[in-house]
Ligand binder design. Structure first.
Ligand SMILES: Cc1cc2nc3c(=O)[nH]c(=O)nc-3n(C[C@H](O)[C@H](O)[C@H](O)COP(=O)(O)OP(=O)(O)OC[C@H]3O[C@@H](n4cnc5c(N)ncnc54)[C@H](O)[C@@H]3O)c2cc1C
Length: 437
């Protein structure tokens, strides 16, 4: 068995047994020297091995080959969120989504440190982790998002823990996806609620894509149930025409779409949701709350509060530097800009920020470049129908984010896959890029 195959089989065992397995040691997993400055080349530390951090680590090593690059990632393997909706419905297997940080580090010649970042001494350029302190010349945070349940919980911690455990959103990689998959498999009827938060939440189309696939599953298995989408927005937030026409034409009996819905309370014991106008019973649910910048950044003084009381990373939107810190950058979904919080955006942005750090090292001016959003959503399984969107961004005169050069292909009726890259072709090429080539 090849090492990669062995890794993947181990992962499946890990997920089913829920036991912690140690990754195989490799030349690129040694713990780097602690707070001593490495002798040659700048030391660049990136925290977070998701789509943005992996892209940053790979590209910065290409731009600055003599740099010492360390990726600090708390997980021991990568499981992709993109394409995970397809996995929920058995269109791809877990192996497709799962990859090794060791492969990424070995193939792209950087160090992977499996540790959690916990503190920062910005004056001394020291990052604290659960495996010791690291000196950096340049530091990049690519730690993604966290959930913000406040509008439902009003700060009730026990409620937050319970709703996340019992009805996980499955928008952060990990065991939440396993729970949701089990729920779908055992769903026998009644209402299955999917909520869509307002604000710039992670992966705008994903809740609608998941709702379509669940409705398809209900239809094909003749389950006496419905998907109920409670959307805090006044309409579908992206690929509106494609999704709304699919709800109407494909899933009239299986899906109820309720836009402009404000949830006033959720009773987890009675299994009801109270909105401004209704009390809706549910058999099962995936409650997706608002999202915020990670608490670690708040603890480190790297966040700001929006007028709507949301915690956001305090980044300069042109240079990706944290305000007040010349050598600390941020990228990926933690960004406050209005770009779509999606994998392709995070990946292209990671590459752009790598160039910015290389320019800072070379004492060149930092130039802003738009990230690229590309996302394909599944509408149905058999036949496999998809809709897609490709877009770049510009800033308006008040610094607001605007879509630019957008190509939207929302006609799912024209089922000619290959007209655009399908979700699986795109995902595979991205995994290859981040881990193997
Ligand atoms: C169901 C679903 C479907 C999606 N579908 C698509 C799609 O089809 N196309 C698309 O483009 N996008 C899609 N996305 C969105 C995409 O997954 C995210 O936009 C992308 O993962 C963001 O990348 P990121 O690097 O910013 O964050 P993440 O990928 O979340 O990575 C953050 C990393 O930081 C690590 N980390 C956090 N804190 C610490 C710490 N203190 N120390 C060390 N490590 C830390 C985490 O473990 C994680 O690995 C989907 C998302 C979901 C949930």
């Amino acid at each position: 068995m090849k090492r990669r195959d062995l890794f993947k089989s181990s992962l499946i065992a890990f997920l089913s047994l829920s036991s912690m397995m140690k990754a195989e040691p490799s030349k690129n997993t040694q713990i780097p020297q602690t707070n001593k400055k490495p002798s040659k080349g700048p030391h660049i530390v990136v925290v977070g091995g998701g789509w943005s951090g992996l892209s940053f680590a790979k590209h910065v090593k290409e731009y600055v080959p003599h740099a010492n690059v360390t990726l600090v990632e708390k997980r021991d393997h990568f499981v992709s969120c993109p394409a995970s909706n397809a996995w929920l419905f058995d269109l791809v297997d877990l192996e497709f989504l799962t990859h090794s940080f060791i492969d990424a580090a070995n193939n792209h010649n950087y160090t992977y440190l499996q540790a959690e970042a916990t503190g920062l001494n910005a004056k001394e350029n020291i990052l604290s982790t659960t495996k010791g302190d690291l000196h950096y010349d340049y530091l990049v945070f690519a730690t993604g998002i966290e959930y913000d349940y406040y509008v439902w919980s009003k700060g009730d911690n026990a409620f937050e823990k319970r709703i996340q455990r019992e009805y996980p959103p499955a928008f952060i990689p990990g065991s939440e996806h396993l729970t949701l998959k089990r729920k779908i498999k055992h769903f026998k009827g009644g209402n299955f609620i999917i909520t869509v938060p307002n604000g710039n939440y992670r992966c705008l189309p994903a809740p609608y894509e998941r709702a379509c696939l669940l409705a398809d599953h209900i239809k094909r298995n003749k389950i006496k149930g419905k998907v109920v989408i409670l959307d805090a927005n006044n309409t579908v937030t992206i690929k509106e025409e494609g999704f709304l026409s699919a709800f109407k034409e494909l899933y009239k009996e299986e899906l109820v779409y309720m836009p402009s819905t404000t949830i006033e309370s959720i009773d987890l014991d009675k299994k009801t949701v109270v909105t401004e106008f209704d009390e809706i019973p549910f058999e099962d649910a995936a409650f997706y709350p608002n999202v915020r910048a990670p608490k670690l950044l708040e603890k480190l003084g790297l966040t700001t509060k929006t007028p709507y009381n949301r915690i956001e990373a305090n980044l300069d939107v042109y240079t990706y530097r944290f305000k007040g810190h010349d050598n600390i950058f941020g990228c990926g979904d933690l960004r406050p800009m209005g770009f779509s919080k999606s994998g392709n955006t995070a990946y292209t942005e990671g590459a752009n920020v790598a160039k910015m750090v290389a320019d800072a090292i070379g004492k060149n001016a930092i130039k802003w470049k738009s990230p690229i959003t590309f996302c394909v959503s599944l509408i149905s399984m058999k036949p496999q129908r998809e809709i897609s969107l490709l877009s770049e961004y510009t800033y308006g005169s008040k610094g607001e984010t605007k879509f630019a050069k957008t190509i939207s292909d929302e006609d799912w009726r024209d089922n000619t896959l290959g007209k655009h890259k399908s979700q699986f072709t795109w995902a595979k090429s991205m995994y290859d890029n981040m881990f193997y080539t």
